[in-house]
Design a protein around this ligand. Structure first.
Ligand code: AP5
Ligand code: MG
Length: 214
């Protein structure tokens, strides 16, 4: 099963992608997580990506596409994967289509998690992320057992640098300009699934699963 998660920053792509990956035993491929891991490890890719991410801008397509195309060729992707935060521009989506076509594959579903901008800033300011294992929490909606400490790996949680309100507004603007057009792109391919992301997390997941298993 090859799935793309679409949606604004903070819509819940990562939250739902993790659940899908677990249920269907496929890898969760988050380009944002890959960049954050690179930043943490001080790699060249991380240094390049950081300046864009901190401003709420997209990392240039050429730094993203090869990385993802290499990733899906790995053995754990034979039964599919869930992309989270990729593709994010029409050129990225076209590059993905071309790469998949070359190996006789295609995307099965593009799941758009819809949340209005007005809900997003609140969600992001309450989010706490583990930069070690990628787990995310929310101060109110998903509290940790011990405040500020990841339930999964015990690392200290952080407010992501790009989750400050002014950067979130910039990310939303970039989303509407560069990523939202992908909704029509995948609608035209007949693979678009739309779910209401303002519902409770478990309900959103149920709605997604019911479409995937139709
Ligand atoms: P990325 O890490 O992908 O960030 P994003 O798309 O901005 O999305 P987020 O991770 O912020 O939100 P999410 O939808 O995953 O929401 P979450 O589940 O955490 O990208 C970061 C940056 O990297 C980009 O800005 C860009 O610079 C760069 N980048 C990455 N990929 C790129 C690409 N392909 N091309 C170019 N640049 C790229 O949920 C948010 C919060 O809400 C959490 O606290 C969660 O607990 C809570 N929540 C989730 N669901 C619900 C619910 N139903 N009800 C209540 N609360 C909820
Ligand atoms: Mg995410």
């Amino acid at each position: 099963m090859k799935i793309i998660m679409l949606g604004a920053p903070g819509a819940g792509k990562g939250t739902q992608a993790k659940r899908i990956a677990e249920k269907y035993t496929v890898p969760h491929i988050s380009t944002g997580d890959i960049f954050r891991a690179n930043i943490k490890n001080g790699t060249e890719l991380g240094n390049k990506a950081k300046s864009y991410m901190d401003q709420g801008l997209l990392v240039p397509d050429e730094l993203v596409v090869d990385l993802v195309v290499d990733r899906v060729k790995q053995d754990d992707c034979v039964n599919g994967y869930v992309f989270d935060g990729f593709p994010r521009t029409i050129p990225q989506a076209e590059a993905l289509d071309t790469a998949l076509k070359a190996i006789n594959e295609k995307i099965d579903f593009a799941v758009n998690v819809e949340v209005p901008d007005s809900n997003i800033v609140d969600r992001m300011s309450g989010r706490r992320a583990c930069l070690n294992c990628g787990a995310t929490y929310h101060l109110e909606h998903i509290p940790t057992k011990v405040e500020g400490i990841c339930d999964v790996c015990g690392s200290e949680l952080v407010l992501r640098d790009d989750d400050k309100p002014e950067t979130v507004l910039k990310r939303l603007k970039v989303y509407h300009e560069q990523t939202q057009p992908l909704i029509d792109f995948y609608k035209n391919q007949g693979v678009l699934v739309e779910v209401d992301g303002t519902k409770d997390m478990a309900e959103v997941f149920k709605a997604i699963v019911s479409v995937l298993e139709q």
